[in-house]
Write a protein of this length. Structure first.
Length: 638
């Protein structure tokens, strides 16, 4: 049956790329190996701008010795889970089931969301197909590769659990007898207790012993021993004040831990400790692999701590050290697996660009915190995250052999946002969503609900409604969002909230610009039966997935979505977002590759993220599954 596309368009939708699928491919060299690194949120335009300015020397070298695409268009919605699923499978969200980062579980009662990052892919990913064809595979943190959710690689490392959130706590040191520690202290031993409030596990208490190791006649506590039970043990952590330390914790038979900094004056009259979240990883592979990784690299570190930085618990340098530690841990583990186990396919992931961009992408004068000075400062943070990615590329390039192919990709770009929308608030005002006194959704009385992620929202119609009522509700939702425009009262609120720190003349100029550029909030609505998730045209088959909402709602440029019942228009809670129309320049991803099968110093045209999997199948010389919707990048290959 031929599909008819229905768009309510405010901004033009770009060109559509045609796919091919269902082919088997082989290369001349059956010993080819592929290393694929995904840098979440890496923008195509910014990457090339930084390369031009000389800030990314390793990526620049990769481009000169390989191929680079003009840009890479991702799927709709341009979110992390759907986009990585497209990279890993060569299939669109309507095939993989990854229709968003969060969706309504079709098997549960209405208003129950499901996180995409712990769910299996409905189409076989690269690591499963390669493994099935006799190849050795490894995945490290790659979204969709959770070994507990679906098909795992031979060697798999993934995010585990967070057992306690980060904290900044005061320490109260008192006189101590030293326990079984025998080291000499030139001031009376002191000790303090640090509580560890673990979730889903028994709380712990860490003992901290303070010592003065300097025989100078002054009180100068400079050495601190962290232990579980005041007894000298192999896993005790010994640090100096204002020095990073780590402490392993076994929780629920899982290897976890945290990093910390103790900040104190020499007399301990004032002492506090910053502690990262307590985290664990998920590691699976052959017998002994988990223990090997733990022994060689330690516990799975926390990814970042923006909360601590924004609250002033840690400095910007300390914040970057935390994020760098995580990225370097991931890289260390990945390259160790590459060297020791020599997988034919290694796929790993780094999140820092996406994270920094969500919190610090300040380039639009309409953003609440915008000033030129603050924008320059924030963009240095963004640049740092790209430089960290460049160092990962450089380290990986140093390990390449004559049979290795290195592919650098991203799932989507990132664009600045100034306003958060609350579709559930609008649904409630229209009488389509009901809530109780606590604000919890009333599942029985609600007819529609939105699950938001980034600049996209899935609108679900209550499945218990009759067919006729579903059609009526869908029409009401369509009319509600397609006709929604800025209200006069919001214009006044925006002027006051956004620019109260700026002089009136500048504020009025910016607000006038704001008013002109935001005629309507929502970019377009896409109906489920019109297959809005397909990046490429050419299939006559109508594809519905149970995870899909009846309507996919995408925000116009500058807008992100919210799920909570807040005011309908508020200053954005993040500065950067994605999920919207992937044709927009800021949301385009990167593709750069080098290896014996790739051309050198070659620029190819625009590609899609669906083209990556078919190309990897060709490089590995194994048959490709028949559901692929992308093309082999023939222009990139010798």
């Amino acid at each position: 049956m031929k599909k008819h596309y229905f768009y309510i368009i405010i901004l033009l939708v770009g060109s559509i790329v045609s796919p091919t699928s269902g082919y088997a491919s082989e290369t001349k060299d059956q010993d080819n190996k592929v290393i694929l690194i995904s840098f979440d949120g890496m923008r195509n335009d910014l990457t090339k701008e930084y390369v031009k300015d000389g800030n990314l020397p390793h990526i620049e070298s990769l481009m000169k010795n390989g191929v680079a695409a003009k840009d890479s268009k991702t799927v709709t919605p341009s979110l992390t889970a759907p986009s990585h699923a497209a990279i890993a499978t060569g299939a669109t969200p309507s095939e993989t089931g990854m229709v968003s980062n969060k969706w309504q579980d079709p098997h549960r009662e209405f208003a129950n969301g499901e996180s995409a990052f712990h769910q299996p892919l409905d189409k076989s990913p690269l690591w499963k197909e390669a493994k099935r064809n006799g190849k050795t595979t490894a995945t490290v943190l790659f979204p969709g590769s959770n070994p507990d959710a679906g098909s795992q690689a031979d060697y798999a490392v993934y995010y585990g659990e967070t057992w306690a959130e980060s904290s900044l706590d005061k320490l109260n040191f008192k006189a101590a007898d030293g326990g079984k520690h025998t080291e000499k202290s030139f001031s009376p031993l002191k000790e303090a207790k640090m509580k560890l409030p673990l979730q889903k596990a028994k709380n712990r208490e860490i003992n901290i012993l303070a010592m003065d190791t300097t025989d100078d006649g002054k009180t100068n506590y400079d050495r601190f021993i962290f232990s579980n039970n005041r007894s000298a043990a192999q896993d005790d952590s010994v640090v100096k004040a204002n020095e990073w330390g780590s402490f392993p914790v076994e929780v629920d038979r899982k290897s976890a831990g945290f990093w910390f900094k103790l900040k104190a004056d020499p007399t301990l009259e004032k002492a506090s400790i910053y502690r990262t979240s307590v985290t664990s990883g998920l590691i699976k592979g052959p017998d002994g692999f988990k223990e090997e990784i733990k022994s060689k690299f330690g516990f799975f570190p926390v990814q970042d701590d923006t909360k601590a930085f924004k609250k002033g618990w840690i400095s910007r340098d300390e914040y970057e050290e935390i994020s760098s530690r995580f990225v370097n841990w991931t890289t260390d583990v990945s390259l160790y697996i590459k060297e020791k186990y020599q997988p034919d396919l290694l796929m790993f992931y780094a999140p820092q660009i996406d994270h920094e961009s969500h919190h610090f992408l300040l380039t639009d004068p309409r953003q609440p915190e915008y000033t030129e000075e603050r924008s320059k400062k924030h963009m240095k943070y963004i640049e740092w995250s790209y430089k960290l990615a460049d160092s990962v590329v450089g380290r990986t390039m140093d390990t390449l052999t004559k049979s290795d192919h290195l592919l650098i990709v991203s799932d989507h770009g990132m664009e600045p946002v100034h306003t958060i929308l609350a579709p559930n608030t609008l649904l409630k005002k229209a009488g389509l969503l009901k809530s109780d006194k606590e604000g919890k959704v009333d599942e029985e009385r609600s007819k529609a609900i939105a699950f938001a992620s980034g600049s996209a929202a899935q609108i679900y119609i209550n499945k218990d409604l009759s067919k006729e009522e579903k059609e009526n509700v869908t029409k009401k939702v369509e009319n509600l969002f397609s006709g929604y425009q800025i209200k006069p009262e919001f214009k006044k609120a925006a002027l006051k909230q956004y620019f109260e720190e700026i002089g009136n003349t500048i504020a009025q100029k910016r607000f006038s610009d704001f008013d002109q550029k935001t005629k309507q909030f929502f970019n377009y609505l896409l109906h489920k039966k019109e297959n809005p998730y397909q990046i490429a045209d050419g299939s006559e088959e109508e594809k519905d997935h149970p995870n899909e909402g009846e309507i996919l709602l995408l925000g116009a440029k500058g807008y992100m979505m919210g799920s909570s019942l807040t005011k309908a228009e508020l200053p954005a809670i993040e500065l950067g977002s994605h999920g919207g129309n992937p044709d927009r320049k800021e949301l385009k991803a990167v593709f750069i590759a080098q290896g014996p099968s790739f051309k050198k110093d070659e620029n190819i045209g625009s590609i899609t993220t669906l083209d990556i999997a078919p190309t990897v199948y060709k490089l590995l010389g194994i048959p490709s599954p028949d559901f692929l919707e992308g093309n082999i990048l023939e222009d990139a290959i010798e």
